[in-house]
Design a protein around this ligand. Structure first.
Ligand code: ZN
Length: 303
């Protein structure tokens, strides 16, 4: 059953029985009705015993499977312009937003025309959105779960006084998918979703300038220099790109975290909780484009 242990728990608690006994009730339902899925049988058992089979208040971190009937309240961290797609030969509008709560962030796809219009008009980055009856699907491209809002769900946006910014002050950011193999500087707003924890220093011999492991075979360790080098993955809610941070820029990235040691900072930032604004130059290696980050700043939500 798709991640529905919480519902089994809720029924067990309500009836004051063991969870295994609830599983027996589900089996009984399955034997009574043909073509019933286990999930539907559980919902029947729950409803008959006065337990509402819709989970209230999901946290983003809980969405680790394809689940229906998701209720969630979170902050709109990013709102993208709507785009037109073809569904069954008909032009339709969809809009993507990125939600964040204390547990993480998730991409949301809104399909229903009325809701697309509502989001376009009413929602700003920084607002709170409450969603009822959404479902999650795994995005086959990036293997991540995303929330889908079709016609069967309800949404409500609550304005946050801090989130309305004057149009003139709003900066236009580029998207990760815009990055091409050129020498432009890209300004992108994104989350740091992963940092690689091995090899965070480049060690060189200052005399021959060669990369070494701890000392130079020719010149010993007299002129060894250590440069901070951090590699990671950036995600703007629609796509991801690998990025490298060197020296001062790497130090700036690590200063986002209040952890004590460099290793703890790297681990902390790897959780994907930090939204940043980066300035980066593309770098092509083996057909893959990555970004060489020249500057990084935390996103300032109050401007
Ligand atoms: Zn050397």
């Amino acid at each position: 059953m798709e991640n529905e242990d919480w519902l089994i728990e809720a029924v067990a608690e309500k009836l004051g029985i063991e969870q295994d006994k609830v599983r027996d009730l589900i089996k009984k339902k399955l034997s009574e009705f043909q073509n019933l899925t286990e999930s539907a049988a559980l919902r029947m058992v729950a409803t008959e015993n006065g337990v509402v089979p819709i989970r209230r208040n999901y946290k983003i971190v809980d969405i680790t499977d394809e689940i229906g009937h998701i209720n969630i309240t979170a902050t709109i961290k990013r709102k993208f312009p709507p785009r037109e797609i073809m569904i069954k030969g008909k032009k339709s509008k969809v809009v993507n937003i990125v939600l964040q709560d204390q547990s993480g962030s998730i991409n949301v796809v809104i399909w229903d025309a009325n809701k697309v219009e509502y989001i376009e008009k009413e929602a700003s980055e920084g607002d709170t959105i409450s969603i009822a009856n959404a479902y999650s699907r795994k995005n086959k491209l990036n293997e991540k779960y995303e929330l889908n809002l079709g016609s069967g769900c309800a949404i409500k946006v609550t304005k946050n006084a801090m989130s309305e910014k004057p149009a003139a002050n709003r900066r236009e950011y580029q998207r990760i998918s815009d990055v091409k193999d050129d020498s432009k500087i890209y300004q992108i707003r994104c989350f740091v979703v992963r940092l690689f924890t091995n090899n965070i220093f480049i060690i060189r011999c200052g005399i021959c300038k060669k990369k070494v492991i701890d000392k130079c075979p020719e010149h010993g360790d007299a002129a060894i220099s250590k440069t901070l080098f951090i590699s990671g993955i950036l995600d703007d809610g629609l796509s991801t790109i690998r990025a490298s941070f060197f020296d001062k820029t790497a130090e700036k990235l690590l200063s986002l975290s209040r952890a004590e040691s460099i290793e703890n900072k790297v681990t902390d930032i790897s959780f994907g909780l930090y939204e940043v604004e980066i300035f980066g130059v593309p770098n092509k290696f083996n057909e893959n484009i990555s970004l060489n980050v020249k500057d990084v700043k935390p996103v300032d939500y109050t401007i």
